[in-house]
Design a protein around this ligand. Structure first.
Ligand code: DGL
Length: 327
C-alpha cells in the first residue's frame, strides 16, 4: 500500500527561477515543483502545503516555531507516514537541528532542497524531491530523527554540514558519515545511528516566546574583543566563539569572555574548523574560565542549542551536559 506523505514547501533555490543576472529563490509554488516530478504519484499519496516561499537566508525563529507546530500536527495524525520539508540549503543545518530538538515523533521527517534553480539545465531539485519522498516513506528511517536528503544521500540533522557553496554534493557529515544512500528506488542504511532523546521535545510548540539573542564570533589572527562586548551591551545572552583549531581564541578575547561568563553570559567555544570535536580544558582551562565547549556541534548548531536552552531556563551548569548528550 502507498504511504501518506505530507510535503511542506518553504522556498529555496529549488523553487528558484532564473532572472537576467542569476536567479531568485522562493518563486515557484509547491504545485509547480511537484509537476516536475510526475513519478511521485507512483510512489506515495501526498498532501502538498505551501508554508512560505523564501530563500532560507530569510528564515527566522518565529517562522521555524510555526513550521515545527505544523510538522508536529501532521506527525501526530496516525494516517500520516512521514513528512518532507522543501527548504533552502543555506540554513538547512540550523532548521533541521531545531526541528530535531523539539519534534516528538519516530516518523521520518526529511528536509530536501537543491543547489540549482528549477529552471537551470540539469536541475537537481526533481530527483531530490523524489528521493525525499522515498525516504519519508521508508520504514528503515524510523527513529533517526530529522534528516537531510540531497544528492542521493541522507544525513542526520545533528551531523550535517553544508560544505560547498555551489556543488550539488554540498552536504557532508564529517566524522560520522551518511546515514544512508539512495540508489534507484532502494535505500541502503549505513549507520546504526539513532536519534538521542532531547529534553526539549514539544517545548517550543505552545508559546511563540522570542528567543534570547545569541551571537557567533568568527576567530582569526589578532581577533578584537570589542564587538563581543558590544553584542552583550545590545542584549546578547550567549556568545558562540567559532574559534581556531580546538576552539582557541587569543588572550584578550579569552579575558573578555571570562568577564562575560562571570556576569552570567553563556560563552561557548566552538570551532571554525569543519572536522572534529572541540575538546574541553586542552589549551584553555574551560573549568576555570566558566566556558562551555561545543563538542561535535558546529557554531551555527551550538547557537540553536543555546537559544533553546536559555529560553527554557536550563542552568549554565546543565548546558555543558547538553552539548555532550545532544552533539
Ligand atoms: N539562498 C539560498 C537558500 O534558499 C540558496 C541555496 C539553496 O537553496 O540551495 O537557502
Amino acid at each position: 500500500m502507498k504511504k501518506n506523505i505530507v510535503i511542506i514547501a518553504t522556498g529555496g533555490t529549488i523553487a528558484g527561477e532564473s532572472n537576467s543576472k542569476g536567479y531568485d529563490s522562493g518563486v515557484l509554488t509547491v504545485e509547480r515543483l511537484l509537476e516536475s516530478v510526475p513519478q511521485l504519484s507512483g510512489l506515495a499519496e501526498f498532501e502538498a502545503i505551501q508554508f512560505c516561499n523564501i530563500g532560507s537566508q530569510d528564515m527566522n525563529f518565529s517562522t521555524l516555531q510555526k513550521l515545527v507546530q505544523l510538522i508536529q500536527e501532521k506527525c501526530d495524525r496516525t494516517e500520516i507516514d512521514g513528512v518532507v520539508v522543501i527548504h533552502g540549503t543555506d540554513t538547512m543545518e540550523e532548521s533541521t537541528f531545531f526541528c530535531d530538538l523539539v519534534i516528538d515523533t519516530d516518523k521520518p521527517i526529511v528536509f530536501t532542497g537543491s543547489m540549482r534553480p528549477n529552471s537551470s539545465l540539469s536541475a537537481d531539485g526533481p530527483l531530490n524531491i523524489y528521493n525525499a519522498v522515498l525516504a519519508a516513506s521508508s520504514e528503515q528511517l524510523h527513529g533517526y530523527g530529522v534528516v537531510v536528503c540531497l544528492n542521493g544521500e541522507i544525513h542526520s540533522a545533528r551531523t550535517v554540514l553544508k560544505s560547498h557553496t555551489t556543488s550539488v554534493g554540498t552536504f557532508i557529515s564529517p566524522v560520522s558519515g551518511v546515514i544512508a544512500t539512495i540508489v534507484g528506488n532502494a535505500l541502503f542504511c549505513q549507520s546504526k545511528y539513532r536519534r538521542l532523546r532531547s529534553p526539549f521535545i514539544r517545548s517550543q510548540l505552545q508559546d511563540l516566546i522570542p528567543f534570547p539573542r545569541v551571537d557567533i564570533f568568527y576567530g582569526y589572527t589578532a581577533m578584537n574583543e570589542d564587538l563581543i562586548e558590544y553584542s552583550v551591551s545590545q542584549g546578547a545572552k550567549g556568545i558562540i566563539l567559532a574559534g581556531m583549531g580546538n576552539g582557541n581564541v587569543n588572550k584578550s578575547v579569552v579575558d573578555c569572555c571570562v568577564r562575560l561568563a562571570a556576569a552570567g553570559i553563556c560563552v561557548v567555544r566552538a570551532s571554525r574548523v569543519a572536522n572534529g570535536p572541540v575538546v574541553r580544558n586542552l589549551e584553555i582551562d574551560d573549568s576555570l574560565c566558566g566556558f562551555v565547549v561545543s563538542g561535535n556541534l558546529s557554531p551555527q548548531k551550538a547557537r540553536v542549542l543555546v537559544m533553546i536552552a536559555l529560553q527554557t531556563g536550563v542552568s549554565m551548569n546543565e548546558i555543558q551536559k547538553l552539548f555532550y548528550e545532544l552533539g
